[in-house]
Design a protein around this ligand. Structure first.
Ligand code: HEC
Ligand code: HEC
Length: 340
């Protein structure tokens, strides 16, 4: 990146910080002096990792070339297409505007198709992020933060989805990014997860970076976790962006989360004061309602631990400084349960 470009990004990103600060009666200077609490331990359940691939590669299945389908979709794809990161499987072409090339195909060898991970309609999946309903300006600024390294995964080790996002940010051109941002900003978000409170949850395994209930595994205590599961692992693996995930949260989470969101719950600032009524977003401050609770919780942890430290995120530092993980779980579950 050239010096000139670096300066432009910095100054254009200060405006939203100031705007958000003014909106909520906090100044940028206040924010920079707070947030000094000790780092949170990142819970391992928040980053379900795929089991290691078998040492000897499995022979291709005899039916690897067969046409795969989804309920209610006329398109068909083969296994190899669903594993190609330069191809966004478009099951329902009528559900969105024509995709820009960078969204549909990316640009080999470095820029994977945005729509492969974030889906053609921008609904995203629990292991990445929804982009539908964000503003184009916010999308551009976030990719700039990945590019500069100011935004990283909250997870301490390798995490392929975010590592690939970082790779994309390094190589996407400003023109390609502008086209993708304008496109996703026009898509509408649908509620990503059904949130249910449960004292016990099924035993889980991991499929494609998300939890899946073991059919005959029995139950175990939820123990403070927020577990977002794919109710149908086949639809998850085929990248069906009309499937809603099923998120388990500890009993009482939604009520506690609502109190924090609306009033700060005596521990922090009210989320609605910046994220707007119903957490549907306000100007430069992104929407939270109806988004994946896994994604939201990862971001809260990332702000708290400094893994997400871009200039636009400074207003979030005092917000998370005093939040414990169970309070973050509660407010993420509540936000996810709201209509987008
Ligand atoms: C290999 C998968 C993958 C591809 C391809 C990909 N992303 Fe991402 N993206 C992710 C993941 C994972 C995250 C969330 C990372 C985190 O937790 O911070 C993310 C997050 C984002 C965010 C942040 C959203 C928010 O609400 O702050 C934006 C914006 C974004 N991606 C844009 C893009 C664009 C534009 C492209 C195409 C040029 C793209 N991504 C391609 C995986 C991907
Ligand atoms: C003082 C204003 C302010 C308050 C109060 C606030 N936020 Fe934020 N929040 C922001 C801004 C600004 C951003 C965008 C950060 C960026 O540009 O990187 C943000 C981003 C986020 C994100 C990341 C969204 C994304 O698309 O990646 C989450 C999650 C979040 N806030 C949750 C909360 C929760 C939960 C609360 C209440 C406990 C809260 N925020 C209170 C200003 C605020």
């Amino acid at each position: 990146m050239t010096m000139r470009r670096a300066r432009q990004i910095t100054s254009s990103r200060l405006l939203p910080v100031l705007a958000a600060g003014l909106l909520c009666g906090v100044t940028a200077a206040d924010e920079l002096t707070t947030g000094k609490d000790s780092p949170l331990e990142v819970p391992a359940w928040l980053f379900p990792l795929n089991p290691p691939a078998p040492a000897t590669a499995a022979a291709p299945a005899a039916d690897a070339g067969r046409a795969l389908r989804l309920p209610g979709a006329t398109a068909t794809f083969r296994e190899a297409e669903l594993n190609n990161l330069f191809f966004a499987p478009d099951w329902r072409p009528d559900s969105h505007l024509p995709m820009p090339a960078i969204v549909a195909r990316g640009r080999a060898p470095q820029v994977f198709a945005c729509g492969y991970c974030h889906s053609p309609t921008g609904q995203g999946r629990p292991e990445n992020a929804s982009l539908a309903g964000l503003t184009a300006d916010y999308i551009v600024r976030q990719v700039a933060d990945y590019r500069s390294g100011a935004r990283r995964s909250a997870w301490h080790g390798p995490y392929s989805p975010t590592d690939k996002m970082a790779q994309v940010s390094q190589h996407v051109t400003d023109e390609e990014l502008a086209a993708a941002a304008a496109y996703f900003a026009q898509q509408r978000l649908t509620s990503r997860a059904i949130v249910v409170e449960r004292a016990t949850v099924p035993q889980m395994k991991v499929v494609g970076f998300v939890w899946v209930a073991e059919p005959d595994g029995g139950e175990e205590p939820i123990a403070g976790r927020l577990l977002e599961t794919a109710p149908d692992p086949v639809r998850h693996e085929r990248r069906d962006d009309t499937m809603r995930y099923l998120a388990y949260a500890p009993p009482g989470s939604l009520q506690r989360g609502e109190a924090i969101a609306r009033s700060g719950g005596e521990v922090t600032l009210a989320c609605t004061s910046c994220h707007g009524e119903g957490l549907r977003g306000a100007g430069p401050v992104p929407p939270l309602a109806g988004r994946s609770p896994t994604y939201l919780l990862r971001q809260l942890v990332a702000f708290r631990n400094g893994a997400r430290a871009g200039p636009g995120g400074q207003p979030m530092r005092p917000v998370v400084a005093s939040l414990a993980i169970d309070q973050m779980v509660a407010v993420a579950a509540y936000a996810a349960s709201l209509p987008p």
